[in-house]
Design a protein around this ligand. Structure first.
Ligand SMILES: [Mg+2]
Length: 227
């Protein structure tokens, strides 16, 4: 029987931060060149965080949050908030194109999807199907569709319920965040794997069952615990 392998997406499968930085650069350039507004990538991101906090724990479309943040910046600079529509188009088109994979992640997906049933659990809106690598996943759980996010066990149960996983102890969850991925997997009774390519020190009291530096190590572990 195949194991269920659940994967975080941002900073585990894709280099979301690099991709976001690129998308925000394009928006910042457009704001400056077309509307004469000088706003840094950092300011764009911090405005978005402010808006996100206001909508916390709601089921909310992440692109809608981003659009509201653009509108607020435009209004603050006495520009029409209608411009936000073209900014969001630039942002969304860039955000979901030219995927930047973490090293070895694409090969891992190709190989692992033959031997395991793979599900994605992401708190954001990095949907593998929109990003062009959905074929490796049996199911995708996006945090924006639910009022609860990782580490809430309900989002892990939601994923497992679609996978016919049986006992959660036969399912493995891999992610780069101790607080969201490892804690949530532990509390769900799944096998937790901390993906830690930068070899950060674990300063929390959250203990992953396994810690890996790269996808080769991960693949070896998955082979070992195969039922
Ligand atoms: Mg992550």
């Amino acid at each position: 029987m195949k194991n269920v392998v659940s994967l975080d997406i941002d900073q585990t499968i894709i280099d979301f931060e690099a991709m976001l930085e690129r998308s925000l650069s394009k928006v910042s350039r457009k704001m400056f060149c077309e509307y004469g507004i000088s706003v840094s990538k950092h300011q764009l991101q911090s405005e978005r965080q402010t808006v996100l906090r206001e909508f916390q724990s709601a089921c909310v479309d992440m692109l809608k949050i981003r659009q509201i943040s653009f509108e607020r910046i435009l209004e603050r600079h006495n520009a029409s908030k209608q411009f936000a529509a073209s900014l969001i188009e630039i942002f969304a088109t860039d955000r979901f194109s030219n995927v930047c994979f973490m090293p070895g992640a694409l090969d891992f997906l190709r190989k692992a999807s033959q031997a395991h049933n793979i599900v994605a659990i992401t708190n954001g809106n990095s949907d593998p199907r929109l990003l062009g690598f959905g074929e490796f996943f049996e199911h995708v759980v996006l945090g924006e569709k639910f009022p609860f996010k990782k580490p809430d066990v309900r989002i892990f149960s939601e994923a497992l319920s679609h996978m016919n996983a049986g006992d959660p102890k036969h399912a493995v969850h891999i992610g780069d965040s101790l607080e969201n991925d490892v804690l949530g997997a532990n509390e769900s009774g799944m096998v937790s794997v901390w993906y830690n390519p930068h070899r950060y020190e674990n300063k929390t009291n959250i203990s992953p069952r396994f810690e890996v530096r790269d996808f080769e190590e991960l693949y070896t572990i998955l082979q070992k615990i195969k039922r």
